[in-house]
Design a protein around this ligand. Structure first.
Ligand SMILES: C[S@@+](CC[C@H](N)C(=O)[O-])C[C@H]1O[C@@H](n2cnc3c(N)ncnc32)[C@H](O)[C@@H]1O
Length: 422
């Protein structure tokens, strides 16, 4: 075990640009780059954290990797960082990255940065670390953990986390400062955790801090994928908010789209029996649906949620049918929204594509995007044929094509708003 002081570390290796913000470069060692938290994600969390009143003390990351998330929290919260990393070279990379961020915010050698330390060692060896670093009980304002996981895990089993939750909690519990709502803890977990495994995480947490507040946060950078899943506990949980979904903006420091669930409400989901002309069809962000927050968001968007019919077609393109428009059809959670202008009883293939385009032209359509499952090799050929035939035609509306799940009919939907990308 070795205690490292960030300002005393000589620079080694070459920094590489961050995936989310090219103008900033970080050091990585021992193949730590793919494990590192992108700066946009790290800063979004750190900004969100500023609304909570943390007790005084350090920000502890007991498996800090390259230290990107730690540097974001420490610099934004102006708290000294305590990073612990098993891999010695990565521990040094953390020091260098803390220096980079301190320079970026003009705080190098001052305040939080001067008192930050990094330990190359085991993140569960709390007693030894407290002795060499010279701190006492209640010295940790925030505990965060982003454990290592096997690369190609199928099960995402909780025992695969390195270090694991129980050993981290029992090691650090005596050192955590408390708020009225208990200690402040953030767990960065696998985005693929099932409900059963999430229940398992909650059970471990409950065994240490019974009744503690919990807010689950899903984060997506688009493409229908859940990229991050976290559990915020105690002093950094939002009372009564059990779930939060954040769709990060495409650009750094742009506006994120957020939906929260106030209490556990499971709306009854009606299946889709038939598709009709003039009804509305919306394809939703798959990550929003995966987080379980689609119903909460639809309550905000539709005056009458009871008329929603769910087309359980493909998890990649979750689709609802409804009777009136959404309040905001260009919301970041919407992949496409529109009104059924025609129902076609033909297969979507090369033999029928000319006829399908002819129907679109009759409906005043100028561009049409395929938004239903088609064989990966066929899809570009069909879309190419549509685009070629529609080029230079006089239609005024954009559209998308989807497929009714049970009848297999194609639904030609005029898209709203018309100025959005198809
Ligand atoms: C997913 S990475 C953390 C990435 C970090 N959040 C960042 O922004 O760069 C997890 C790290 O945990 C470290 N680790 C695994 N077991 C550990 C242990 N018992 N003590 C300390 N670190 C450990 C691994 O070496 C790895 O670097």
């Amino acid at each position: 075990m070795e205690l490292l002081i960030p300002s005393e570390q000589a620079t080694t290796g070459h920094p590489v640009p961050d995936a989310s913000l090219k103008e900033i470069s970080f050091f990585h060692a021992s193949e730590g780059k793919p494990l590192a938290t992108p700066w946009q994600v790290a800063m979004t969390r750190a900004d969100y954290m500023t609304q909570f009143e943390l007790p005084s003390g350090m920000v502890l990351d007991c498996a800090c990797g390259s230290g990107i998330q730690l540097a974001a929290y420490a610099s934004r919260l102006k708290r000294p960082a305590l990073g612990i990393e098993l891999d010695h070279d990565r521990a040094i990379a953390t020091c260098l990255n803390l220096n980079t961020i301190a320079r970026r915010f003009s705080t190098y050698g001052q305040g939080w940065h001067r008192r930050s330390i990094v330990v190359a060692g085991d993140g569960t060896a709390s007693e030894e670390i407290s002795l060499i670093a010279g701190f006492e009980n209640n010295s940790i304002a925030l505990l965060m953990l982003d454990p290592a996981r096997p690369r190609n895990s199928r099960t995402h089993d909780l025992d695969e986390m390195q270090p694991n939750l129980s050993s981290v909690f029992s090691a650090w519990k005596p050192y955590l400062a408390s708020t009225e709502k208990g200690p402040c803890i953030v767990l960065d977990l696998s985005p693929r955790l099932t409900q059963e495994l999430r229940d398992g995480v909650e059970a471990i947490v409950e065994s240490f801090w019974p009744g503690i507040d919990k807010t689950w946060i899903w984060m997506s950078r688009g493409g229908g994928r859940v990229d991050r899943l976290e559990l915020w506990l105690g002093g950094v949980a939002t009372p009564d908010v059990t779930k939060r979904f954040v769709r990060l903006s495409r650009t750094f420091a742009g506006d994120d789209a957020v939906i929260e669930q106030q209490e556990i409400t499971q709306s009854n989901r009606h299946g889709l029996q038939s598709a009709r002309r003039n009804e509305w069809v919306t394809i939703l962000d798959a990550a929003l649906v995966e987080s379980g927050l689609a119903d909460a968001w639809l309550h905000e968007q539709l005056s009458n949620v009871s008329d929603i019919r769910w087309a359980e077609s493909s998890p990649r393109r979750p689709r609802i049918h409804h009777n009136g428009p959404l309040k905001d059809e260009s919301h970041p959670f919407v992949v496409a929204s529109g009104r059924v202008v025609d129902v076609l009883d033909v297969a979507l293939d090369e033999a029928n594509i000319d006829a399908i385009v002819a129907v679109a032209l009759e409906n005043d359509i100028s561009a049409m995007t395929i938004r239903c499952g088609v064989d990966a090799g066929l899809q570009p050929r069909l879309q190419g044929s549509i685009d070629r035939q529609m080029r230079n035609r006089q239609g005024r509306r954009k559209a998308f094509l989807t497929r009714h799940t049970t009848s297999n009919h194609l639904l030609l939907c005029a898209q709203y708003p018309q100025n959005s990308d198809t």
